[in-house]
Design a protein around this ligand. Structure first.
Ligand code: S3P
Length: 434
């Protein structure tokens, strides 16, 4: 499904279950591989990113067997058996993280202290994304890593080495960087402390603690002592980043009611809900529960009159992946919205400041780029147009949401990029509009 055509329906009624969380899916395998023993991962999401991690695990000798697959083919129950990071075997091929930054950055931390040499690469987009932010502090811990531009870019070769813990103040609020250093810290001599400029998603710390690692969390920092972890079962909650397009569609469409079930609402991920509420969204949460150490809830939204908003500062890491789709909410709002402090958007799967502005502009949006964000002029009338995803899953879904509330037909090229995080996205939309 390389090209998808979307026409706005007169009424939008949706009741969907969010696919499993991509961030937690990666960690369920990587952390269980760093642990010893056997565990079950339930609702493992079969997006291309998490499947890249799965394939790398197998190449390193981790035993992963699928015991069940969902009827739609998009999630699995897995049994994972590992002898820990020191028991990984040297791969006989290059490890390909494909489009997945999380895979590459977390694997660098895991492999930095493992007794083997491995080569990591990725697709064209990933080979252009900054790896120096991880390679530099790992080297300070003693890691041996080589790559293009002195290790700033993949392909990268890692030769496992004896590591020493240290205190590192991160220049960016990145959960991938934090997680990579914590993984390295598991086998490093002494304590490793990571100081964060703002709180980022904490799934790694939660899962490591559940596996028995000696992790200590304080305001603004996380520390880890060298630890042996024990494999633990993980039930993957729904992905709030995949729920986000449906929620925004339900708010901006003039006659809509949308429910997304089983959404992970870990406070380090719910920046989007805070912003939507501030914009005046009619949004409610029900059936709040806990799944394997992570809070979940069903979220319902209805067509709403939205107001412009300023998004910046410490909230940015709590909604970084939702900023493209929030742009659509801002386009439907009254007034001028601004996104600031989000220069990280420029080094995602695409430069999301420029790709989001360019494609939404084709639909009539007025969006101005800032070096670290966007100015979004609300109240513009969007109309169907020919647009493309630039191979970026989040942009494909953002364009779909814009199309659901724009008169005329929107033709979205490279729409199959949704397979990275949400392979059932178009089927879900087709079924709901049928
Ligand atoms: C992720 C962290 C974020 C996010 C990415 C997933 C993770 O990246 O954008 O989609 O799973 O840790 P950064 O850590 O680079 O901000």
């Amino acid at each position: 499904m390389d090209t998808v055509r979307v026409t706005a329906p007169p009424r939008l009624r949706l009741d969907v279950t969010a696919p499993g969380d991509k961030s937690i899916g990666h960690r369920s395998l990587i952390l269980n591989a760093a642990a010893r023993g056997e565990a079950t991962v339930t609702r493992f999401p079969r997006g291309a990113d998490t499947l890249a991690t799965l394939s790398i695990m197998r190449a390193l000798g981790v035993r992963v067997t699928e015991t069940e697959r969902s009827a739609d083919g998009h999630s699995s129950t897995l049994r994972v058996r590992s002898a820990g990071a020191q028991g990984l075997s040297e791969p006989d091929r290059v490890l390909n993280a494909r489009n997945s930054g999380t895979t590459m950055r977390l694997m660098l931390g895991l492999l930095a202290g493992a007794p083997l040499t491995a080569v990591l690469t990725g697709d064209r987009s990933l080979r252009g994304r900054p790896m120096g932010r991880v390679v530099v502090p790992l080297r300070m811990m003693g890691a041996q890593i080589w790559g293009r531009q002195d290790g700033a870019l993949a392909p990268l070769t890692v030769r496992g080495a004896a590591l020493t813990g240290r205190v590192y103040e991160m220049p960016v609020a990145s959960a991938q960087l934090k997680s990579s250093l914590l993984l390295a810290g598991l086998s490093a001599a002494g304590a490793t402390t990571v100081i964060e400029p703002a709180p980022s998603r904490d799934h790694t710390e939660r899962m490591m603690a559940a596996m028995g690692a000696r992790v200590r969390r304080e305001a603004g920092s996380v520390s880890i002592e060298p630890s042996e972890m024990t494999a633990s079962d993980v039930t993957v909650p729904g992905d709030i980043s995949s729920a986000a397009p449906w929620l925004v569609a339900g708010l901006v469409h003039p006659d809509a009611r949308v429910t997304v079930r089983g959404v992970g609402v870990n406070p380090t991920r719910t920046g989007i809900l805070d912003v939507l509420r501030e914009m005046g969204a009619r949004l409610s949460m029900e059936n709040e529960a806990e799944t394997g150490g992570e809070p979940v809830a069903d979220i319902t939204v209805e067509s709403s009159d939205l107001n412009a908003v300023e998004i910046g500062g410490a909230i940015i890491p709590r909604l970084i992946d939702e900023l493209p789709v929030l742009t659509v909410a801002a386009l439907h709002a009254r007034g001028v919205s601004r996104i600031r402090d989000a220069a990280e958007l420029r080094v995602k799967e695409t430069d999301r400041i420029s790709s989001t502005s360019a494609e939404l502009s084709r639909m009539g949006a007025r969006v101005e780029e800032l070096p670290d964000g966007m100015v979004i002029y609300g109240g513009q009338r969007l109309v169907g147009a020919v647009v493309r995803s630039h191979g970026d899953h989040r942009l494909a879904m953002t364009l779909a949401v814009a199309a659901l509330a724009a008169p005329g037909e929107t033709i979205i090229h490279a729409a199959d990029s949704v397979h990275v995080s949400y392979p059932g996205f178009w089927q879900e939309m087709g079924a709901s509009l049928a």
